[in-house]
Design a protein around this ligand. Structure first.
Ligand SMILES: NC(=O)c1ccc[n+]([C@@H]2O[C@H](COP(=O)([O-])OP(=O)(O)OC[C@H]3O[C@@H](n4cnc5c(N)ncnc54)[C@H](OP(=O)(O)O)[C@@H]3O)[C@@H](O)[C@H]2O)c1
Length: 120
């Protein structure tokens, strides 16, 4: 069965993606930072906080040995929404960069073995 992992799968675009892939018969690992989040029916919940290296490491261990065909780095933040440039706090810039730019690279590193097991 083709397999995808989607980050931020508990709402918004990530949830819609998870539902869509489930409808198409995929095995879906739905990552969210809230372990109690309601996810797409039939999706398998995995806990992931992108701001936590420990959480990313735990994801690697949880999924060890499982082939993954697609890793969809969907989770992200938009902390400067509706703010003028001069109003954006430096901490928000750094936080945005951490979650939107660095975390996807960390996820790619964390799941490279899974993706290398993919036959697709
Ligand atoms: N919607 C748009 O028009 C649009 C346009 C361009 C790009 N995008 C990008 O597309 C992606 C999805 O957009 P969306 O509208 O569906 O966003 P959304 O509704 O705000 O959902 C964002 C998702 O990212 C998760 N997330 C945020 N910080 C996280 C963290 N530290 N660890 C783990 N998960 C985290 C959220 O989890 P929680 O529920 O726990 O907060 C949520 O599941 C985002 O990367 C966004 O920047 C969206």
């Amino acid at each position: 069965m083709p397999t995808i992992l989607i980050t931020g799968a508990n709402r918004g675009i990530g949830l819609a993606l998870a539902r869509s892939y489930r409808r198409d018969g995929w095995r879906v690992f739905a990552a969210s930072r809230n372990p109690d989040a309601s996810l797409a029916e039939g999706a398998e919940a995995v806990t992931l906080d992108l701001s936590s290296p420990e959480s990313i490491k735990a994801l690697t261990l949880t999924l060890a040995g499982i082939p993954i065909d697609i890793v969809w780095n969907n989770a992200g933040v938009y902390l400067d929404k509706n703010q003028a440039l001069e109003q954006v706090d430096n901490r928000d810039w750094l936080r945005s960069f951490e979650i939107n730019c660095i975390a996807p690279i960390r996820i790619a590193e964390a799941l490279v073995e899974n993706v290398s097991l993919s036959e697709r």
